[in-house]
Every structure is written in C-alpha cells, then in structure tokens.
Ligand binder design. Structure first.
Ligand code: TRP
Length: 445
C-alpha cells in the first residue's frame, strides 16, 4: 500500500512552521545567556556573520534535499546515494536525544507558568529553582505533560496539526515578546543592558583564544537555533510542493529567527542589568534571574506569566518539529500509522528524558566521564551529532549530490534565477565545512 504523502497547505504555512521550529528555547533561553556569557555585542555580531556564512546555505541545502526526495532524512540520503544514509541516521538519533531533554526544560516552563497563574510571585527565585529541579517526581510530571502536548499536536499531522498551530502561535509570540521587551527597555537603568547588548566592548577579549571561544559558541548557537544539522528541515522540506521558492524561505526563516533572538535579548538583558544582576549567570538566567526581576516589578506576576507563556509557545512549536523527524521516519520506513509513529518514539523519549530530569536531583552524582545524564545528552547532540550531521551534509551536497543538481532543485529546474550560485557553492564546499570542522575539533577538546 502506498501512503499519499502529506503537504503543507501553502508556502506561507511552511514558512510559519519552519520558523516556529527554529524559534524556541534556543532563542529565548539559550541565546540571552550565551550572549551574557560571551561578551555581549561581540557575540551578537559574530552570531550574525555565522547566520550568513553557515546558517543560510545549510538551511537552503536541507530544504532542497527534502523537497527533492520527498522523504524523511534517512530515506532522503539513501535515495540520492545509499552510502550516505548514515547521515540521515545521525539526524534521527539526534532528534531523539534533543527532544528527550528539550521536553524536560519545556516541563520547567509549564511549571513556571502555573506558578505565576496561581498568583504568587516567585520569592527567593534561586532556591526556588534549585528546590524544584532537584525533586524526583514533580519535574517528571511536568515533563510528561509537555510530551503529551507535543504528541497530541503531531498526531494531527502536517497541515491540520503542525501548520495550524504555528500560524496561531507565531504571531502571538511576536506580540507577547514585544510587550515584554518594551517593558524591559522602559525600566529605569535599562540602558546599561542595552549598551552591553549592542555596543561592542573589547575589554573582555584578552587573547585569540577568548575570541575563538566566542566564535565556537556562536557557531553552535546558529546550528541549534536554526534547527540545522539533523534533518528537521529535510523533513519539513519534504512536505513542500515543487513550485515553491526555496531561496525566499531560506532568507525569511533566518530573518524571523534572528528577530526573535534579538527581541529575547532586548527583553531579558536590560531587565537583568536594571535590577543589578549580572548576565553571566548561565543557563539559569531565565529561571533564576528573571523571576527575581519580575518579583521586584509592578505587575510582575502578569509579566512573568506572559514571558513564560511566550517561552512555552516557542518551545512547543520546536518540540513538534523534533518529534516530526522521527515520526516521518517511522511512517515512511515501517509504514506505521501516524498515531503509532508518534506515540511509540515519544514514549521512549519520555523515558530517556526521565533520567535527564533526575540528573538534577537524585541522579546528580551518577556520572560518566564527569557528566550526568543531562550533560551527556546535551554533549552528544550539541557537540557531536549536530556538527557532524552539518559537516557531512555540506560534503554530501558539495561533492556527492553536486552543486549542479542542488541548483536545479533550488531554481525549480531553471524556472527561477540563482545569481548567487557561485557564492553558495564556495560556502557549501569550502567555508562551511572548514568552520564546522574547527568547532567540532576545538569543542571536543
Ligand atoms: N531550534 C530550536 C530552538 O531554537 C530547537 C530545535 C528544534 C532544534 N528542532 C531542532 C535544534 C532540530 C536542532 C535541530 O529552540
């Protein structure tokens, strides 16, 4: 029996869905603390440069592979060249790992929304956070809830589930984050945070090594934030109809994603400075520092609630893209129903995530090579599988599938122009692989 492959109902729907896959915890949780820890404006500038050098060409290539083959990542590589199927397999494995810990953090976000709804400010937010994440059971229940919500959207399929939810969530997200950013910028003493974010200050960079380190973090952030390197966009691209303009999508999606990262920076950094906190506090920034900020603000409960609601919307539309990668693989390969293809993998991810969650509490000290389960999961996905997936994809497109073939796909067989083809070719064949190889090797050691 052949299954009729689903399609996005329109190119607009696809762009909204792909943009909402990109915009997620990466923008709202990771980007502000990464910027905080890596020197502010300088990080921002390097990040923007890498979006252009790496992000756009890789995004374009992933979408082209997907649309050309109309298959999930593994099937897609296999169809073009059997020997390269392993790249697709890396991607599917990587989605498994990312979603299992992503949904743990998604669960924390729901917990914070509920805390704000219950009308009480979060007092003593540092201990509050520590106490919450170190409990064995409660975080797992929130993690389960987050996973259930993800599954229920993905089981509805492409245009009815993913596309519809993205079309509603993305504009809502933009609206909410704008309000929080405006509020944050209008706080007394917010200037300092704004300056930190947009005016480069070279004082913190004392050596070439410091600079290299910032570059490495910026590159990793580009991958994570644009959902690159593991086939999410191959999957989304595979539901595209043949007459869409891929180049346009490859510009609009990074633009929207970057817009959100910058708005998140504007919403968070000025507020952090205005209340006298330091932005270098790392991953706890939005869970520990921000509630303290909301706590000392008029209408803090409302702003806190709105902020975490934004984060939740963003996280859920990204987690569905992660689950969709695995689901599409099961649908194509095992010919399972969509329902089974989402439930079964999600259940396994939930179980793995349970260990990730416990590693903030009872399993904190159960480590391998000095990393607990959560650390291992993020290490494997962010530092190993994603860069490897991206690197192999560039090599695959540049040297195996070939620039001529991908160019045909991008121009819809010559119907559209592609004046930047020579630039694209240099980026994919030389610059992107070289840069990724540097991240990969340096971060590993
Ligand atoms: N880009 C998302 C974020 O910023 C996370 C994400 C979703 C992702 N799908 C992905 C990351 C695929 C890597 C690969 O939160």
């Amino acid at each position: 029996m052949t299954h009729k492959r689903e399609n996005w109902s329109s190119n607009f729907g696809f762009i909204m869905a792909a943009a909402s896959s990109a915009i997620g915890l990466g923008n709202l949780w990771k980007f502000p603390y990464m910027t905080g820890m890596n020197g502010g404006a300088i990080f921002l500038i390097i990040y923007l440069v890498f979006i252009i050098l790496l992000g756009i060409p890789i995004l374009l290539s992933e979408m082209a592979i997907g649309r050309n083959t109309q298959l999930n990542p593994l099937g897609a590589y296999k169809k073009i060249n059997k020997k390269w199927s392993f790249v697709g397999a890396i991607g599917i494995l990587c989605s498994f790992i990312i979603l299992s810990y992503y949904s743990v953090i998604g669960g924390w976000v729901i917990k914070y929304i509920v805390s704000f709804i219950s009308g009480s400010k979060i007092k003593d937010s540092f201990t509050y956070f520590e106490n919450f994440v170190s409990q064995p059971l409660e975080p797992i229940l929130w993690h389960l809830l987050f996973m259930i919500i993800t599954v229920s959207i993905v089981t509805f399929g492409i245009s009815k589930g993913i596309e519809r939810i993205s079309k509603i969530f993305l504009p809502a997200l933009l609206f909410l984050i704008l309000i929080v950013a405006i509020k944050s910028l209008s706080l007394p003493n917010s200037n300092e945070g704004l300056k930190f974010f947009i005016v480069p200050n070279f004082k913190g960079i004392n050596s070439f090594n410091d600079f290299l380190n910032i570059c490495l973090h910026a590159m990793g952030q580009v991958f994570f934030s644009l959902s690159l390197g593991m086939g999410a966009l191959i999957t989304y691209g595979s539901y595209l109809s043949k007459d869409t303009n891929l180049k346009k999508s490859a510009i609009i999606i990074p633009l929207l994603d970057t817009l959100f990262a910058i708005l998140a920076g504007l919403a968070i950094l000025p507020a952090v400075f205005a209340f006298g906190y330091k932005p270098q506090s790392g991953p706890g920034l939005i869970f520990q520092v921000l509630p303290a900020v909301f706590n000392s603000m008029n209408f803090g409960i409302i702003f806190g609630f709105m902020f975490f609601l934004v984060v939740f919307f963003a996280a859920i539309t990204s987690s569905i893209s992660l689950l969709e990668v695995v689901a599409s693989f099961c649908i194509d390969t095992f010919k399972w129903s969509r329902r089974k293809s989402t439930f079964l993998p999600a259940f396994i991810m939930f179980l793995i995530g349970t260990f990730a969650s416990l590693s903030f509490g009872p399993l904190k000290n159960t480590t391998l090579l000095n990393m607990n389960v959560f650390d291992i999961a993020t290490f494997l996905s962010d530092k190993i599988l994603m860069p490897l997936g991206g690197l192999f994809m560039c090599l695959f497109v540049g040297y195996v599938w070939g620039i001529k073939n991908i160019s045909n796909e991008i121009t819809n067989n010559g119907k559209l122009s592609f004046r930047l083809e020579p630039v694209f070719s240099i980026l994919i064949k030389y610059i992107a692989p070289a840069l990724i190889l540097i991240i990969f090797i340096t971060t590993l050691f």
